[in-house]
Design a protein around this ligand. Structure first.
Ligand code: NAP
Length: 259
């Protein structure tokens, strides 16, 4: 299927590896000119070269900490008028809320709620003027089903979800869609880290922890980043123009609800 987005411009945040990179790769495969950002130069530039070589689409890399205003300004200078914005970040560390200070909450809010909102604010009016826009926020399955020790994530991502839910209804009439993709367990460096911490605190080996995680997923496996990127590219397609204000859970059936 031709997704009809060849020649469009996309910003993909936090995209040197993992889920962000898979979204950039899937969009580039559709002929989208992609600008990717992350904080660490070497893996970011390597990712840009590999995506460009594999897809033939132009890829620009921008070294930036997207939780900071300076980082976002650098990214927007490289791609001021994107047609597609994929918001993503590094994620929060697990822990007990009794240990988190006001500063911890403000840092989490900045990174995973206010940074995406600031990037939307800077780019949405151009999308409205061109009568085409796709905004995708990578959030988490914890928005639908909280994980007790991921309180920072449970809290701040719900804030972003609530805000964009209203905004999506305001801009739908202009051909701009806003959706969230909620990953379950995907095979990335971050998941390795989270599983490693869980194994440590439960006194299990990493392999035992991984086996338990897979056993709790009806698909009995982790998701692949390619599966995630493919969903993102479809949500950004012209065919998906009537899909907006939705939360797409992609979790191998792990969420236990009927709806
Ligand atoms: P990952 O493999 O660790 O990749 C994270 C990416 O984000 C890297 O490119 C990293 O590069 C970049 N990054 C982190 N902080 C950044 C910042 N402040 N500014 C710019 N770039 C930044 O993680 P992932 O698994 O793809 O996860 C992506 C998001 O999905 C996270 O928010 C995570 O919580 C969420 N999520 C993931 C899963 C899963 O199973 N993987 C499940 C639920 C939710 P640098 O470090 O060089 O900046």
């Amino acid at each position: 299927m031709d997704f009809g987005i060849r020649g469009k411009r996309a910003i993909v945040c936090a995209a040197s590896k993992g889920l962000g990179r898979s979204c950039a790769e899937a969009l580039a495969r559709e002929g989208v000119a992609v600008t990717i950002a992350a904080r660490t130069r070497e893996p970011l530039e390597a990712a840009a070269r590999e995506i460009e070589a594999g897809t033939g689409a132009p890829v620009t890399s921008v070294v930036a900490d997207l939780a900071s205003p300076e980082g976002r300004a650098t990214l927007l200078a490289a791609c001021p008028q994107p047609d597609i914005l994929v918001n993503n970040e590094g994620g929060e560390t697990p822990g007990d809320f009794r240990d988190w200070t006001r500063e911890d909450w403000l840092r989490a809010l900045d990174a995973n709620m206010l940074a995406p909102i600031e990037l939307i604010r800077a780019t949405i009016d151009g999308m409205i003027a061109r009568r085409f826009g796709r905004i995708v926020n990578i959030t988490s399955s914890t928005v639908k089903a909280p994980i007790a020790n991921l309180g920072l994530t449970n809290g701040v991502r719900s804030g972003l979800t609530g805000f964009v839910s209203g905004l999506a209804r305001e801009v739908a009439q202009h051909g701009v869609t806003i959706n969230n993709i909620l990953p379950g367990a995907f095979d990335t460096d971050r998941l390795q880290l989270v599983l490693g911490l869980a194994a440590q605190s439960a006194g299990r080996t990493f392999e035992e922890q991984l086996a338990l995680r897979k056993a709790a997923i009806p698909a009995r496996r982790l998701g692949s980043t390619e599966e995630f990127g493919a969903l993102c590219a479809f949500v950004c397609s012209t065919q998906a123009g009537y899909l907006t204000a939705q939360n797409f859970l992609i979790d191998g059936g792990a969420y236990p609800g009927t709806l």
